[in-house]
Ligand binder design. Structure first.
Ligand SMILES: Cc1cc2nc3c(=O)[nH]c(=O)nc-3n(C[C@H](O)[C@H](O)[C@H](O)COP(=O)(O)OP(=O)(O)OC[C@H]3O[C@@H](n4cnc5c(N)ncnc54)[C@H](O)[C@@H]3O)c2cc1C
Length: 337
């Protein structure tokens, strides 16, 4: 296990931003993680998974610990369900494909989300009507201060929309090392209502889709809509969809009758941030190498040599333009470092 000094993180963040870590170490076992934490008690630490949900606006003056714990296994099963455990450093999409190969259902709608398994509880990742909390059982995490292991149950994680305890009370205190999911072995709950899944299946003449069909449809839709970070640096949706009061929403709707929305409760409405940005005229907007993606207004992109600060300035410009037009504040989903 080598500790690197002044280490470039350009290949470790999907925005492809050049930033240096004061120190960098990749850990492959729990013992290595424990030993690094014991030997660097007084150093500032920064935890890195796949780097697909962060914007680096400066060098990181800390020991960057890249969690690269591999391995996955079936813990137990009964007639209908299987409990699968994956270590934190497994690539999420590869893990999803593996579950589908075993005909374990529940994760298929979240195919092709970048990043690692260990980070999925941090923001309760979700797509196409599914969220990690729907299949999550528990996760194990190491206390950074004491190196003791703690199991977080689902209720302890306080999951919400792109939210969990790991963004709040447990932030910078715990490193997630493995996650357990409860998946179906039969009678899979096929969910095709969200987005264009139905249309994609119909295009391929699929009437009774399997979980593999749903996964393939999600992959095809995502590939057609979202820029591949290997070709164009980005971090997926840069902003969360704002949830506003119904009163506030009715005022917006009066001025903008076409505004898209989802009902959340009797008192709250969620508005797609992508719609707000696009109808504020910013889809395809570009300032130097920082831009709003030409097909997907929710995604900010690095055309090559944008700095983290360039992308941050662009995000502030987008937030201000949206606020000035609709009076709605949009919040970053991406972790700005
Ligand atoms: C093209 C694209 C599409 C995307 N689509 C979606 C989508 O549909 N839905 C969605 O929800 N997200 C989406 N994302 C965002 C991203 O993929 C997820 O948030 C993913 O879970 C981040 O994982 P990561 O390992 O890359 O996290 P990182 O970016 O490495 O880390 C994110 C945060 O978690 C912390 N962290 C990392 N590992 C650990 C750990 N083991 N323990 C504790 N804290 C940790 C980090 O310090 C940081 O604060 C997309 C991103 C891209 C680039």
């Amino acid at each position: 296990m080598q500790i690197h000094q002044n280490f470039s993180l350009k290949n470790y963040n999907t925005f492809g931003i050049e930033a240096k870590a004061k120190q960098f170490v990749a850990v492959h076992t729990l013992d290595q993680l424990k030993s690094v934490l014991e030997h660097h008690k007084n150093d500032k630490k920064f935890i890195l998974g796949g780097g697909s949900n962060m914007l680096l606006t400066q060098d990181i003056d800390a020991l960057v610990i890249h969690v690269d714990l591999k391995g996955k296994k079936v813990l137990k099963e009964d007639e209908n369900f299987v409990w699968v455990e994956s270590n934190a450093g497994e690539n999420w999409h590869e893990f999803v494909l593996w579950t589908i190969e075993q005909d374990f259902g529940g994760l298929e709608n979240m195919s092709l989300i970048p990043g690692n398994v260990g980070t999925t509880p941090v923001q309760n990742i979700g797509a196409y009507g599914a969220e990690i909390k729907d299949t999550f059982v528990s996760c194990d995490a190491m206390n950074i201060e004491t190196q003791e292991m703690k199991k977080f149950t689902k209720s302890e994680c306080n999951f919400g929309y792109r939210e969990s305890i790991f963004k709040h009370e447990a932030k910078d205190k715990f490193i997630i090392t493995s996650v357990v999911f409860k998946l179906t072995k039969c009678n899979h709950k096929i969910s095709v209502e969200y987005g264009d899944i139905k249309a994609e299946l119909a295009k391929n003449n699929i009437k009774n889709p399997t979980i593999k069909d749903v996964s393939n449809a999600v992959i095809a839709i995502r590939q057609s809509k979202l820029p591949n970070p290997k070709e164009l640096g980005n971090s997926g949706s840069f902003f969360k969809n704002p949830v506003i009061s119904r009163e506030e929403f009715l005022k917006v709707k009066e001025k903008f009758p076409d505004v898209k929305y989802f009902e959340i409760s009797e008192t709250e409405v969620k508005v797609p941030a992508g719609w707000l940005i696009e109808h504020a005229g910013l889809k395809g907007y570009r300032n130097g190498d920082a831009g709003v993606h030409k097909n997907q207004a929710l995604v900010l992109v690095n055309y090559g040599n944008a700095t983290g600060q360039d992308i941050l300035n662009l995000s502030k410009y987008v937030q201000k333009t949206v606020f000035d037009k609709y009076g709605i504040a949009i919040e970053a989903e991406v972790n700005v470092i």
